[in-house]
Design a protein around this ligand. Sequence first.
Ligand code: SP5
Ligand code: ZN
Length: 373
Amino acid sequence: MQVVYTPSHLGHDITHETFMGVLVPANEVAERAEIIRGVLDADGGFPRREPTEHGDAPITAVHDPGLVRFLASAWSEVSRQGIPRAFLSADTYPNRSMFEGMSDDAVGRLVREPEFAGGRAGFWGLDSAAPLVAGTYVAARGAVDVALTAVDLVLDGGATAAYGLCRPPGHHAARSMYGGYCFFNNAAIAAQAITERTGERVAILDVDFHHGNGSQQIFWRRGDVRYVSIHAHPDRQYPYFLGREDETGEGEGAGENLNIPLAAGATNDDYLAAVDLACETIAAAPGAVVVVSLGFDTYGLDPIGDFALTTDVYHEVGRRVAALGRRMVILQEGGYHRPSLGENARAWLRGAEGRPFEPLPVAGFGPSGAVAE
Ligand code: SP5
Ligand code: ZN
């Protein structure tokens, strides 16, 4: 399987994020993508290529041009405004209760993008844990081009499947919002491009630990993109305010959104049962391509997840998704346990290719998915 990768992600060189107001070491770091790249290279079965540039149009097909302008200018504004920070994080968000009792369109009429960079970050951002630095915009554009190049390989290049090593990830980014370590929604941009180019329906299967609130929002009223997600229940995990079972879409999109929230401690068996339901739901609608939002924060040792999956199950999940018989555009989302990331990606992708998985002799990493302490 071909891998699309660009070193432009390295400019998004995040070292810290905030967790409930406290500065903590960053989870979504450059080393993540470098580890996956290194392990896939060592496998020998994953030829790697750089993306080609696809321009603004596929981005503004799903995102507000204002979000693109904000991300393009945010860091230079931080410098111009003399804000002494290593990264941009929001100051104040427009909480919905700020407008309680005002007319229904008050948010649309009264909330305007401010000038102060911290206020702008609150206007466009979901949360305070998605730091933005000097290289973020170029990196986020690179991740979109990685996704669209994976689409090209599958639609024009005759590939059954392609893997886009996207970083930063994308599935939390909504039409007019960044957040959750995500700036542009790589999977949504890919799905939109596929619908435009094929005129056919597309499915997105989101197997990141977190609900892909951005992907759900973008396609909420769309009858041509079915979104199916398996994730931690939002009662206890980010993004808290979306991801429940009763969110099924509206209008043309009624019935096209399926959320499968799981309890803490979800096992391989729990997870495979959810994968089977997800695959049945995808198979129930026509379409030749599935976009996979692939996260490994479902792994048992992930520092921000609470599931109990092992490396072996990723091979089986890849195999079951491939058994849908659709072409696959597989895009990297989260996954923060660095010692296992490369092997988990290799297991999933080999499963998707119908190849067996033998663990590589990676230092400190055992065959059962357990890390030697
Ligand atoms: C793409 C992706 O996986 N984004 C995840 C964004 C999660 N942001 C919130 C992180 C909260 C971390 N909580 C740490 C709890 C440690 N016990
Ligand atoms: Zn995640």
